[in-house]
Ligand binder design. Structure first.
Ligand SMILES: [Ca+2]
Length: 465
């Protein structure tokens, strides 16, 4: 009988046996290739000697061995086909290839630099409007059109093909300076009948400025909002015109989430941890600006009752996950440490105590820690940053692999990021529209399509081809 080869049909027998859960190899695998010893295996409690099995033609043992080799060979081929196809697979390398700013380690493997994915359904990207000004938001209207907010202080209604329908004015003065201006807009759950809209903006207030929320009735024919009132002010005002937030998002109960930044100055930064300040918070209010029922700090002395979550830096993206009904958030980190968070009532998201980023100067932030008991970990983080701004979930079926994926408009990253979410973890990442070389400010979902707007005021529509 010929000596056994160490490979049969391309399968390394030594490797197979090392990996096989049913065998406990009683030989040194490295010697197995040359078969200088008499290899013995324990299988189901019995000891088999491979050479004597060959000599005595122990058919049962040889059949078991060949079956295992064949099975391993098939499994190996399956692994290869996944690794080599170009599909929606997490076996592609991570999309980020640049070095991180620090050697901080993630709290769990899926928290950063997840494997890449690639959309396989053919899709097309169209630029459907251009040079609108300096936008902050592109928001789907209940009637299937789009409302674009312009930071200088007005809005525009565009149809689903990008055509300007109406310019809307009549808003209270905004502080159009730094990162301030007219920011986001949201539509009342009963907009069809009451025409109420809500918007956030940077407001001059006392000797500084703050993030404010107002509401009013949209009179489209007249091109203006009417019966305007301010319903919320994120005090205290500061002398910074940076990092106001802010996104608005209605929940299923008709209450409004408002994200508020911490203004990017040292004196305000620490207030993200202070429940008696609105800076660095997500608040939840009624349409009259009152604390929403069930808010976590309603009965806590010294805490603002509108606060829903705290410890945020500059949260500029909010959307509700259509699968779970929970609020998801995107937040600018410092140098490194941009975050995606799953927002739960009363939770502390850590800034500026924990972060995966460092100061712009290169110093560590605070004690330079990334994890702490009582503080929430981001679902995902980027280092280096991509500057995640507006976000939306893809709620349609036209591009099947996109269903319930989270899309993130990236400013410095100059792309629209696609995150595949499974069980509240990111399991794949793809960068879209990288060839446009544009800072993406916001992205919204409408009728199986995505609409993304750039800092230059261009609207891109992404749809199935
Ligand atoms: Ca955080």
């Amino acid at each position: 009988m010929k000596p056994l080869q160490n490979k049969i049909g391309g399968t390394d027998i030594g490797k197979l046996l090392r990996n096989c859960p049913y065998f406990e190899s009683m030989i040194a695998a490295k010697k197995f290739g040359r078969l200088r010893i008499s290899p013995k295996f324990q299988f189901s409690g019995k000891i088999f000697d491979i050479n004597s099995a060959m000599q005595t033609k122990n058919i049962t043992f040889l059949l078991v061995l060949l079956t295992l080799i064949y099975g391993a060979s098939c499994a190996s081929q399956e692994t290869n086909s996944v690794a080599h196809n170009n599909g929606d697979s997490t076996h592609l390398p991570p999309v980020e290839t640049k070095s991180p700013n620090s050697d901080y380690k993630p709290a769990f493997p899926e928290q950063t630099r997840i494997g890449g994915v690639k959309t396989t359904t053919p899709y097309k990207v169209e630029k459907i409007a251009g040079s609108l000004g300096a936008p902050f938001g592109i928001v789907t209207m209940p009637d299937g059109r789009l409302m674009v907010t312009l930071k200088s202080g007005y809005m525009e209604i565009h149809d689903a093909d990008g055509k300007l329908v109406k310019k809307i004015a009549g808003f209270p003065d905004v502080l159009f300076e730094g990162q301030g201006g007219l920011l986001d807009v949201a539509f009342d759950p009963n907009f069809g009948s009451n025409k109420m809209i809500y918007w956030s903006y940077a407001e001059k207030y006392q000797d500084g400025s703050l993030t404010a929320v107002a509401k009013g009735q949209l009179n489209e024919a007249a091109g203006k909002v009417e019966n305007v009132s301010v319903i919320f002010r994120a005090t205290p005002p500061t002398n910074s015109t940076l990092q106001y937030g802010s996104r608005l998002q209605f929940d299923k109960d008709g209450n409004l989430f408002v994200s508020v930044g911490e203004k990017s100055i040292t004196s305000a930064r620490v207030q993200a941890q202070d429940l008696n300040s609105y800076l660095g918070k997500i608040v939840k209010i009624t349409t009259d600006g009152k604390p929403a029922a069930g808010n976590p700090f309603l009965n806590q002395a010294g805490a603002k009752p509108e606060i829903f979550s705290y410890g945020h830096r500059n949260p500029d993206g909010l959307d509700i996950n259509p699968e779970t009904g929970e609020l998801w958030e995107a937040e600018f980190g410092p140098r490194g440490g941009d975050e995606i968070n799953l927002i739960h009532a009363g939770k502390n998201y850590g800034w500026p105590v924990i972060t995966y980023g460092i100061e712009y100067s290169g110093e560590k932030v605070g004690e330079g820690i990334q994890q702490k008991a009582g503080m929430e970990q981001p679902v995902y983080y980027w280092d280096p940053v991509i500057s995640p701004c507006g976000i939306c979930f893809y709620k349609g079926d036209a591009i099947p692999e996109w269903k319930n994926n989270l899309f993130v408009a990236a400013l410095s990253g100059k792309h629209v990021d696609r995150l595949v979410i499974k069980d509240n973890k990111v399991v794949g990442e793809e960068r879209l529209l990288t060839d446009k070389d544009q800072r993406f400010r916001d992205v919204t979902y409408l009728n199986n399509m995505l609409y993304a707007i750039t800092d230059g005021g261009d609207i891109y529509r992404i749809s199935k081809k």
